[in-house]
Design a binder for this molecule. Structure first.
Ligand code: CTP
Ligand code: CA
Length: 225
C-alpha cells in the first residue's frame, strides 16, 4: 500500500506538535490544570517522525516518554507554550495543536504558600493568549491543524474553530463518548477541513488515529499545491 507504516511521505517537512495539559500556578504548591494525558499529541509526534518529518514536540507535564527521533521541549504554563511555539513557528511547515491549553490563569500568583482564612475565597482568573488563533493571524504558508474537545454540539463548535482560528483542519472529538477523549488509548474523531470535506473515523487506537490525521494532512497539502 502507498501509505505503508514507514512510507516517508512527510520527508522534508518540519512539523511542530503541542501536547498535554498546561499548568497555571496559583502559589508554590497549587495550580490549575486539566485531564489531558498527552497521549494523542505524543502519538502524532511519533507517527510524524516515523513518516519522515523533522518533529518538535512542545509538551506540557505528562507521564509519557519522548517519542523516538523527536525533539522535545517541556513547558508548564500556557504562556511558556505560547513562547516556545511562536519562536519556532516561522521555521515550520505544519503545526498540530493537540495540547489542552488553559483558557484562564490566576490573575495573581502568590510567591508564598497561601494560608487558609475563615470563610470562602474567590480566585480571580484572567484569559491566556489563544496560541492557535495567534498562529492563524500570523501564518504565511504553514498548515494549521487544531483540535476541538467537546461534550456537545461537536460539529457546530468544530466548524466555528476552523473559521475563527483560520485553520486548515480541525480534529474534533466528543469527550463524553465511551472510547474517546483524554485518558484512554483510543479515540473517536471527525476531521473537518477548510475545503468543507468531513471525515468521521471509527473508534481506533490513538496511534492509528494519529496516522490517519497525518495522511489527511498529506492529502490536503497535495490537493492545494
Ligand atoms: N488553543 C490554543 N491556545 C489556547 C486555547 C486553545 O492554542 N489558549 C488551541 C488548542 O490547542 C486546540 C484548539 O485551540 O487545538 C481548540 O481548543 P479548545 O479548548 O477546544 O477551544 P477554545 O478555542 O479554547 O474554545 P472553548 O474552550 O471555549 O471551547
Ligand atoms: Ca479551551
Amino acid at each position: 500500500a502507498y501509505f505503508a507504516t514507514h512510507n516517508p511521505f512527510l520527508k522534508g517537512k518540519k512539523v511542530l506538535v503541542t501536547a498535554g495539559p498546561t499548568r497555571e500556578k496559583l502559589d508554590p504548591v497549587r495550580f490549575f490544570s486539566n485531564r489531558s494525558t498527552g497521549k494523542m499529541g505524543y502519538a502524532i509526534a511519533e507517527a510524524a517522525a516515523r513518516f519522515g518529518a523533522e518533529v518538535t514536540l512542545i509538551s506540557g507535564p505528562t507521564e509519557l516518554e519522548a517519542p523516538a527521533n523527536v525533539e522535545i521541549v517541556r513547558i508548564e504554563s500556557a504562556q511558556e507554550m505560547y513562547e516556545a511555539v511562536m519562536e519556532r513557528f516561522p521555521h515550520v511547515d505544519i503545526v498540530i495543536k493537540a495540547a489542552a491549553v488553559a483558557d484562564y490563569r490566576p490573575k495573581h500568583v502568590f510567591a508564598k504558600k497561601m494560608k487558609k482564612q475563615p470563610g470562602d475565597y474567590v480566585i480571580e482568573m484572567e484569559r491566556t493568549t489563544d496560541i492557535l488563533k495567534t498562529l492563524g493571524e500570523q501564518k504565511t504558508s504553514q498548515i494549521l491543524v487544531g483540535f476541538a474537545a467537546e461534550t456537545d454540539h461537536v460539529e457546530e463548535y468544530a466548524k466555528q474553530k476552523l473559521e475563527s482560528k483560520q485553520l486548515d483542519m480541525v480534529v474534533a472529538n466528543n469527550i463524553s463518548e465511551e472510547g474517546a477523549g483524554f485518558a484512554g488509548d483510543t479515540n473517536i474523531v471527525t476531521i473537518f477541513k477548510r475545503d468543507g470535506s468531513v471525515r468521521s473515523l471509527p473508534l481506533l487506537p490513538k496511534k492509528q488515529v494519529a496516522e490517519e490525521i497525518l495522511k489527511e494532512i498529506h492529502q490536503y497539502i497535495e490537493a492545494i499545491r
